[in-house]
Design a protein around this ligand. Structure first.
Ligand code: SF4
Length: 392
């Protein structure tokens, strides 16, 4: 068996990534993200012991969830790891846990709050851990678009579909308009169901997942898809374009997966003969087309587990996960698809000091950073989530 751990090469840092990862500060752009209370210093050598002690003191009262894109220093304290939907389901399966500490981002904690019991409280260790994609679809903008579709008389043909990576508000909008939530694993099934209910889909907020699923898995033409830009009057589209479209894609994207380009694919193929290119469907259409394999985070994990020893893989997803997979499979050559750093900077807000702080607050009888979704929104979002669970 060939040991290739020594071949793992860290992508190069970029000045922007360094800043976002907290190795510098920009008070002008980071106002209002301070954590209340005293955070332990990141250099505190006792952080691991403090996290362990606080977790032990809380016992089964606390359940810690760790998203796959999370840092290793945090993942080591997760009771379960997974993608956003799996984690929300895992939280719902632990009714005895009073506190769910969600090491992920804001929309994931909202989904966990929707799916868990009234007595359970979901805690996000840093409230600044948002998701740039979810933030690209704001309820007011989506309602303005819907009103425009109503004026055109096309809403009875449209089924709204939102990716799990959206705020509870947007899931609620989709629920009250008879739509469905989807994940990157079941997007095709969600679209199949939607096209049985209507002739058009309004897909939020990730244009790439919507386009890639419609074109590459369902045989649509690119011309069947239009891009609704919330920052332009009427979405930047003519009435005719909206009437003719089958997929109305919201102009949103993931700032991590959106970084991979066709050049990244070409470059790695030249550099590593025989390499398999494996990417997430949140990547741009041309990247997904040029890849050998495409699938959700769970698909990527399973594909690499099943890959033969000695095979080479360039993986287009978040860097923490790719590095962890490379180190877990030393018999395979697993590398990052891009040459530069590509962390999810908001996910990385949840670091060990924030986790220690949240756990120690709980031990002290204080409950920090609780994420709650109001009852009406939670009910409507649950309708759209239940519709997803009922997909054939
Ligand atoms: S990886 Fe992309 S979609 Fe996922 S939390 Fe980060 S910004 Fe949002």
């Amino acid at each position: 068996m060939r040991d290739v751990t020594s071949t793992w090469t860290e992508p190069q840092n970029t000045p922007l990534a360094l800043l976002l990862l907290g190795q510098g500060t920009d008070p002008a752009s980071e106002r209002g993200v301070d954590c209340p209370g005293d955070l332990p210093a990141p250099s505190d050598p006792g952080l691991v012991a403090r996290a362990r002690a606080a977790k032990e003191a809380l016992g089964s009262r606390v359940f810690v969830l760790g998203h796959h894109y999370q840092r290793d220093e945090v993942i080591q304290f997760a009771d379960v790891t997974g993608d956003s939907f799996k984690l929300a389901q895992q939280a719902a399966a632990r009714p005895e846990a009073e506190f769910i500490v969600f090491c992920g981002v804001h929309f994931m904690a909202e989904s966990a709050d929707i799916l868990t019991g009234k007595d359970q409280r979901v805690i996000l260790p840093d409230l600044a851990a948002g998701c740039s994609m979810a933030d690209m679809a704001v309820l007011g903008q989506v309602e303005t678009a819907w009103e425009h579709f109503q004026d055109l008389g096309i809403t009875d043909q449209i089924v709204p579909v939102t990716y799990m990576n959206s705020s509870a508000d947007i899931k609620g909008f989709v629920g009250r308009n008879s739509g469905v939530v989807c994940t990157s694993s079941n997007a095709k099934r969600a679209l199949d169901w939607s096209f049985e209910q209507g002739s058009k889909v309004f897909f939020l907020p990730d244009q790439h997942l919507g386009r890639n699923t419609a074109v590459l898995e369902m045989g649509f033409d690119l011309d069947d898809c239009v891009l609704y830009d919330p920052h332009k009057p009427k979405g930047g589209l003519t009435d005719e374009q909206l009437r003719d479209a089958r997929m109305i894609l919201w102009r949103g994207h993931c700032s991590v997966h959106g970084r991979f380009t066709l050049d990244s694919v070409r470059e790695v193929r030249e550099r590593v003969p025989g390499v398999n290119v494996l990417v997430h469907p949140e990547c741009r259409h041309e990247v997904v087309r040029a890849a050998d394999y495409v699938g959700s985070t769970e698909y990527i994990i399973k594909a690499l587990e099943a890959a033969p020893a000695g095979s080479s893989w360039a993986v287009g997803t978040e860097l923490n996960l790719v590095r962890r997979l490379a180190l877990a499979h030393p018999d395979k050559q697993i590398m990052f698809l891009d040459r530069a750093v590509c962390y999810c900077s908001t996910m990385n807000r949840i670091d060990l000091p924030h986790l220690v702080w949240a756990l120690e607050e709980l031990v002290a009888g204080r409950v920090p950073n609780v994420i709650t979704v109001d009852e009406k929104t939670a009910h409507e979002a649950r309708v759209a989530l239940d519709q997803m669970l009922a997909l054939p």
